[in-house]
Design a protein around this ligand. Structure first.
Ligand code: PAF
Length: 292
């Protein structure tokens, strides 16, 4: 029997079949299933997703799976934090009902191939700097959706492009599911919560605040006609931090993530930033209402 009640009272499943059998019973009772896919190293941001999804389902299922196919950097995969005991404890405190924690061999066969046509979304911003990343994300998320068949799934706004990619995938594959986007959770000083933050040195942690400051600059200064000027200013701010490596600063359309120029008339835009600090890749974004 591969189902365990651990002392923390979260039902843990390691095998797809066991999870599916359990879900079958819940569905017969008319329960709505909510899924929160994660790669573990849970922080308050993840636990907020659990809280957020509560009102849309009866049973909350969290998955923890460090998905190898979405890493285009072997070192990043190897260094990805895996504090599993602490994760389980956090899930229990957050009132999570079920945890799915499969091995790689449970999720992938030998040399599995996958490709889904995501269009521009696959090759811009994150897609440009992490080739193949979104193919890996859609591969694992489609597997999770197929195994769990959740009524609703929740993702964080910090990975906004990922959310749009998953939304597109569900449309293309006609997966009947409700997707929810949960606002980014920040530390009190503004840094977006991320599992990668623990890898920052004290100095890097302090330097990383410039990302939030850049987003706030956009929020306070963006007007129609000054997008380029604002971008130049934020790039200057970021580049003034020694050792920071800038990947992108963009102001984009909220639906397509197409980069917007000074001619844009969008009422709402999204500003996105990606940088490396201390050998750690950090991303963040902010949805902004543009003043005329
Ligand atoms: O956002 C993440 O943690 C991952 O990309 C996800 C959605 C769990 C897929 O592995």
């Amino acid at each position: 029997m591969a189902v365990f009640f651990n002392e923390l009272a979260v039902l843990i499943f390691y095998k797809k079949r066991d999870l599916q059998n359990h879900l079958l019973h819940l569905r017969k009772e008319g329960k709505r299933i909510g899924l929160i896919p994660t790669m573990g190293a849970l922080h308050v941001g993840h636990l907020t997703l659990l809280e957020y999804i509560k009102e849309y389902c009866d049973v909350r299922l969290c998955s923890i799976f460090v998905n190898p196919t979405q890493f285009n950097n072997a070192e990043d995969l190897e260094k990805y934090p895996r504090p599993i005991e602490r994760d389980i404890d956090n899930l229990k405190q957050a009132g999570c009902d079920l945890l799915f924690m499969p091995e790689v061999s449970e999720m992938y066969g030998e040399n599995e191939e996958w490709y889904i046509e995501l269009g521009e979304l696959d090759s811009i911003l994150e897609g440009a700097f992490r080739p193949g990343h979104f193919q890996g994300v859609t591969q694992i998320v489609s597997k999770l959706f197929d195994i769990v068949k959740p009524d609703v799934a929740c993702f964080g706004q910090k990975d906004y492009q990922q959310y749009l990619v998953i939304e597109k995938m569900t449309r293309l594959l006609e997966i009947p599911i409700e997707l929810k986007l949960c606002p980014t959770v920040r530390e009190t000083d503004g840094l977006a919560m991320s599992s990668r933050n623990v890898r920052l040195t004290e100095k890097g942690r302090a330097q990383a605040l410039i990302i939030y400051k850049g987003l706030i600059y956009f929020q306070q200064h963006i007007e129609h006609g000054n997008f380029e000027r604002c971008k130049i200013k934020v790039i200057e701010m970021l580049e003034s931090v020694p050792d920071l490596k800038l990947e992108y600063v963009e102001i984009c359309d909220l639906n397509s993530l197409e980069s917007l120029t000074d001619n844009a008339t969008n009422e709402t835009v999204i500003a996105l930033i990606a940088v490396w600090i201390d050998g750690v890749r950090l991303i963040d974004n902010m949805i902004i209402h543009v003043e005329n």
